[in-house]
Design a protein around this ligand. Structure first.
Ligand code: SF4
Ligand code: SF4
Length: 264
């Protein structure tokens, strides 16, 4: 960015401020030392950036924050407008988008660290006309086309949906919101309650106790010496974790595991 300023480039940078280190498993940043958004914007302006706009999914967070003069904070829904506004400013400009990493948010909900909204979105495929407007409005990958006996319709991928309800903005009558019946799981506290992390009040299912010796051996579908596993994914998908599990299993089985990324 500083090189762009020095070269008098005409460019807009997008800076995602998401509280997690991307593509490496979502470790949290060193929060005690990390710079708040207002300081990041201040530094950028002092370095010669012409204009900074902050967009966020939570404007309330900024109610009591005094931003540097001329730095505006906009709702996430105005992100395209922010892009085109900055595009028309001559020189280096920066769009800072402040929103928690979606993969981390999902993980935190699964671990009971933050509440999981009970409301889910579904699409009534008998009403849906497959026009695709909800996908355009929400710009969300979880809004997917699906072939049904009634023709091509749209569905919400429940596995990846983050429940931020942006897709409801299109006011389409096909959308249904469903609140699941209360889970019968126990109240839960990380670390076993007393002395552990404080309970978030989130209900969580009891983890099943598995005895490895009781698990049956898997049925081989292809001969074990002819197997190649390719594991594509993006940050948060679990590729590193699954590789670690398979590698550890192979080691326990007396095999050699080679980390190709450390070949150099
Ligand atoms: S759910 Fe509504 S907006 Fe989305 S594709 Fe179907 S008819 Fe169109
Ligand atoms: S609720 Fe949010 S994440 Fe889920 S499908 Fe709608 S826009 Fe996508």
């Amino acid at each position: 960015m500083q090189a762009s300023v020095a070269a008098s480039s005409n460019i807009t940078y997008k800076l995602l401020y998401n509280s997690a280190i991307a593509m490496t498993g979502g470790q949290s940043t060193a929060t005690s030392n990390s710079m708040p958004v207002k300081d990041v914007a201040d530094v950028l302006l002092r370095q010669g950036v012409k204009r900074v706009i902050v967009t966020t999914d939570d404007l309330d967070r900024y109610r009591r924050i005094t931003m540097p003069t001329d730095v505006e904070v906009w709702a996430r829904s105005r992100i395209i407008e922010a892009q085109t506004t900055l595009r028309d400013v001559s020189g280096v400009t920066v769009l800072i988008h402040d929103q928690q990493c979606a993969a981390e948010k999902r993980r935190s909900r699964k671990r009971g660290l933050i509440p999981d909204p009970p409301e889910r979105i579904h699409i009534n495929q008998r009403v849906c006309e497959g026009c695709g407007d909800c996908g355009v409005k929400s710009n969300c990958l979880c809004v997917e086309p699906v072939e049904t006996e009634l023709g091509r319709k749209t569905q919400i991928n429940q596995n990846s949906c983050n429940k931020d309800y942006t897709c409801l903005g299109g006011e389409c009558p096909s959308f249904l919101t469903v609140v699941a019946a209360k889970s019968r799981g126990r109240r839960f506290a990380w670390g076993g309650g007393e002395g552990g992390r404080p309970s978030t009040g989130v209900t969580r299912r009891r983890r099943p106790q598995l005895d490895a010796s009781e698990l049956p051996d898997p049925a081989l579908i292809v001969p074990s010496d002819q197997v190649t596993i390719r594991m594509p994914g993006i940050g948060g998908t679990g590729v590193v974790t699954v590789n670690q599990v398979i590698g550890t299993a192979a080691l326990l089985d007396g095999r050699h595991v080679w980390d190709w990324t450390r070949r150099a």
